[in-house]
Design a protein around this ligand. Structure first.
Ligand SMILES: *Cc1c(COP(=O)(O)O)cnc(C)c1O
Ligand SMILES: [Zn+2]
Length: 410
């Protein structure tokens, strides 16, 4: 059971049936899912959501597929944690972490792929595919396994080993393309035109993007049914930040929260930051660039939702935040050493973005801030590995005293 009414062009408003479509035939604008919010409002309450499963499927009234047909590996309903030690570092009182590093395939991409895979199976498509900067490949592979669908994932050849292994282990065919993500994406767009495969982030993108709204719903519910004052979100294509914002707005629209005036702050690392640069320069369209960044999960030089991400940042009173390359690993270590959470490079970008926002005076001491930790550090250990070495000793007390106590202190 769903409350979807049509697909609708985000630019000209023309409507289409709910099919594997993604661009408007008239203006080439991207399509999005339209809902009957009046009906959702009648059928949905805080109580009905509370009684739902502890996954993204508790919010299926606001998704294009129902929980009864879900390809479900347990995505979502991840912890929202108070981060008091991190907050103290920055002189803040009210910092929260949305820890999506603990999703089933260890990134927020399980949310979007659950929705896209479910819809693909409903359409009768038997192959799940994607172009990926790493985490999407793992999520597609895992959901393909669960759904009994063939999984075919395309990645840039220079990806971190952890990301390659954690896609291949689920039985997916992993294709390493000699090129940047944007070149991988172009190849996949051509393949999507000639094969009846569900590329989750291309021909299924309309459905895929909806999954990220749950990152807004969950945070609002977990904060006690209110939206935060600030959200800090790492950006690649820019889809997630726009959909988190939409999630807050929808909750307000159907009366589950009193209002949604969250300032949306989007973060990227300097080596690939087209959305941040456009937001900072007051331009509407990001200028494509060739990525050269340690934050490979965010390395999209020509972001599909860049225009909408810039708009959400501007309209919400947020900002684009540029993080230096060296600050990515700093952010990972700071989060690990203050809050006990090991995130990947995207999370390092988000944590260091908080530092920049505080320095710029953008966040008031008592205001609530949610930092989105979207991926897991075990997939990118090479980023923090240099210089890490255990102290090796003989198996006796003398050696311990001599080598450990003498150097590391009592
Ligand atoms: C893909 C990804 C992002 C960016 O998501 P977009 O919707 O493409 O902006 C952020 N963090 C992690 C860990 C990712 O894998
Ligand atoms: Zn159109």
């Amino acid at each position: 059971m769903t409350f979807t009414t049509a697909l609708r062009c985000r630019e000209c408003g023309r409507q289409y049936p709910i099919e594997p479509l993604h661009v408007c035939e008239f203006c080439f604008g991207p399509l999005e899912v339209a809902y009957d919010y009046d009906a959702i409002k009648v059928k949905t309450s805080r109580e009905s959501i509370r009684d739902g499963p502890h996954t993204i499927w508790r919010y299926d009234a606001l998704l294009p597929v129902g929980r009864e047909s879900a390809v479900d590996i347990g995505a979502g309903f991840t912890p929202l944690l108070r981060a008091d030690r991190l907050a103290r570092e920055f002189g803040l009182d009210n910092v929260w972490l949305k820890n999506d590093a603990v999703n089933p395939s260890y990134s927020f991409k399980d949310r979007v792929v659950s929705v896209a895979a479910t819809k693909a199976r409903e359409f009768g498509i038997d192959t799940l595919a994607c172009s990926s900067t790493g985490n999407l490949a793992g999520a597609v592979a895992a959901h393909g396994a669960k759904a009994g669908m063939r999984a075919l994932v395309f990645i840039p050849a220079d990806l971190e080993r952890g990301k390659i292994v954690s896609a291949a282990v689920y039985g997916a065919t992993v294709v390493a393309v000699k090129g940047t993500y944007d070149e991988v994406q172009r190849l996949c767009s051509e393949l999507a035109d000639t094969h009846r495969w569900a590329f989750v982030n291309i021909n299924m993108r309309v459905y895929y993007a909806e999954g990220s709204k749950t990152l807004g719903y969950e945070v609002a519910e977990q904060l006690g049914w209110r939206a935060p004052d600030h959200a800090i979100v790492p950006m690649a294509s820019g889809a997630m930040i726009t959909k988190i914002h939409q999630g807050f707005q929808e909750f307000a629209r159907i009366g589950l929260i009193a209002g949604a005036s969250t300032r949306m702050h989007g973060a990227q690392a300097r080596g690939c930051s087209p959305i941040v640069k456009a937001a900072q320069a007051g331009q509407t369209h990001p200028k494509p660039e060739i990525p050269d960044t340690i934050a490979k999960s965010l390395a999209i030089g020509n972001p599909a939702d860049g225009f909408y991400a810039v708009k959400v940042i501007k309209d919400s009173g947020g900002s684009g935040v540029m993080v230096e390359e060296s600050e990515v690993a700093d952010g990972i270590r700071l989060l690990a050493q203050t809050e006990g959470i090991f995130t990947e490079t995207a999370g390092g970008v988000a944590v260091s973005a908080l530092k920049h926002l505080v320095k710029a005076g953008a966040i008031g001491r008592g205001e609530s801030v949610v930092v989105y930790i979207t991926g897991n550090g075990f997939k990118t250990i090479e980023v923090v590995e240099p210089g890490i070495k255990p102290i090796t000793i003989e198996a006796n007390v003398e050696s311990f005293e001599e080598n450990v106590l003498a150097t590391a202190g009592r």
